[in-house]
Design a binder for this molecule. Sequence first.
Ligand SMILES: [Cu+2]
Length: 332
Amino acid sequence: MNSLSVQTILHQAVQGQGPAEGRFWMPPAASTFASNIDNLFYFIYWLAVIFFVLIIGTMAYFAIKYRRKDPNQRTSPIHGNHALELAWSAIPGVLLIAVFVWGFRAYMDMSVAPKDAMDIRVKAQMWNWSFDYPSAGVNTTELVVPAGRPVKLTMSSKDVLHSFFVPDFRVKKDVLPNRYTTIWFEAIAPGEHQIFCTEYCGQNHSKMLSKVIVKSQEDFDKWIEGQGKLDESIPLSEHGKRIFTERGCTACHTMTGQAGAGPSLKGKYGSQENLADGSQVLVDDNYIRESIMDPTAKVVAGFQPVMPTFKGQLRDDEVDALIEYIKEHGGQ
Ligand SMILES: [Cu+2]
């Protein structure tokens, strides 16, 4: 009997038809992997429930039935029971092997992407995600993918360990500095799904969130065509404000005068900044651009050089927009 037929039988016995909506233990099943993973989960779950009831029930029953009834009572000598011992070794053994084979096959399926998968690069950094579409030259902060098509993610981190997790897809993998990890999935239908970082990565770990936006192939093609330029009907500084939030600048900077991990950017434009090496610099367009692309070139006095570079993630017009936004909140 191969494990597929085991799966099918158990699936029907345990769960009925796999629902797409969430259930008590599991969020909605939105990728092609999800129902298999859920079935395996529910198989192990029910196995645990059945054995728990069986073992604890029998124990309780025996404890009552064979309790010591008078002080002189002795238990009868027991020398073992081969049939019983064989059964309680063989049955769990077979179940364990079934769980292993099932789990291993699912793991292999998830590890090896189909050849025709669409390639997207994922970069993690404290504390945001960015996604690169190499074939289209597009970079985003939300993962936009077409439905019904395998997508392969090649992931790396710019700083510490992170972990990419989309519960609705049952997809999770660590993201490491200096090494690539890959994972793939196929979303079933258009919709939105939460992305978490699920490896504690510092102060704002819990804010390291993003979304997968699944579009129909047609909408996806339209979307990718519209990328790569800013909408000119919206003022540049408005774009800047949006990018400031989307790119996670807000994790370290405010526009209120309140310093965080980084200095507040209120009133900075046009002022003189004190640097860690004791010198001063005028905060102008060039300085801001350098601060974003090469943050350690000039470190502000009183702050740690923890700002990640945004080189390769922001287009020129996006940097312009950020500068415009910072300028708008300028002082002197
Ligand atoms: Cu993280």
